[in-house]
Design a protein around this ligand. Structure first.
Ligand SMILES: CC(C)(COP(=O)(O)OP(=O)(O)OC[C@H]1O[C@@H](n2cnc3c(N)ncnc32)[C@H](O)[C@@H]1OP(=O)(O)O)[C@@H](O)C(=O)NCCC(=O)NCCS
Length: 142
């Protein structure tokens, strides 16, 4: 089940983030984005707990996406991106930045039709980012 984030989900979101990213985000990052854009933050619930989340900007930027390691390869990431798409502005091209070393995420986005558009050298300090973008424009906006 996909639903909007609420602050009671914060602990699980931080846990998933910590196991998912090389440099995890601090809790305040999630509080900050939620404060700015409470409508652009969704979680996926399974087995009575949060097992994935996505944060995005309506202009098309997929900011953070992660799925609990125990729940990966079940289509949850795909469903979270599909949910985000519904709330992006009409005509936008969804995009995300991905670490050069994060092959799983690159494969994931490629499976959704995203391509590597360009590289931002040292985006993560000591590692490059690929900007991955899909040519599939958002048609309907929620
Ligand atoms: C990237 C991530 C969100 C994918 O979530 P997920 O729920 O496992 O993805 P899905 O099950 O929806 O995968 C959809 C398709 O993507 C591709 N894919 C996903 N993970 C993959 C992997 N590790 N290796 C190769 N292909 C992969 C596959 O084609 C998959 O379809 P299939 O399982 O039928 O073969 C998850 O691996 C994750 O949380 N990673 C750590 C955080 C991260 O890197 N976030 C994105 C960077 S911003």
């Amino acid at each position: 089940m996909i639903r909007r984030f609420s602050l009671t989900d914060l602990k699980r979101v931080v846990e998933i983030d910590q196991q998912s990213f090389k440099v995890p985000h601090d809790e305040w990052v999630f509080r900050y984005y939620y404060f700015l854009n409470p409508k652009n933050f969704f979680v996926y619930e399974a087995d009575q707990q949060v097992v994935g989340f996505v944060l995005f900007e309506r202009e098309g930027h997929l900011l953070y996406l992660a799925v609990d390691a125990l729940y990966r390869r079940r289509g949850i990431g795909r469903r979270l991106v599909a949910e985000a798409r519904k709330h992006l502005k009409k005509g936008t091209h969804p995009w995300a930045e991905v670490r050069r070393s994060n092959l799983a995420a690159q494969r994931f986005y490629q499976s959704l039709g995203f391509v590597r558009e360009r590289v931002i050298p040292n985006y993560y300090g000591n590692e490059d980012a690929y900007i991955m973008v899909t040519s599939q424009k958002v048609r309907n906006s929620g």
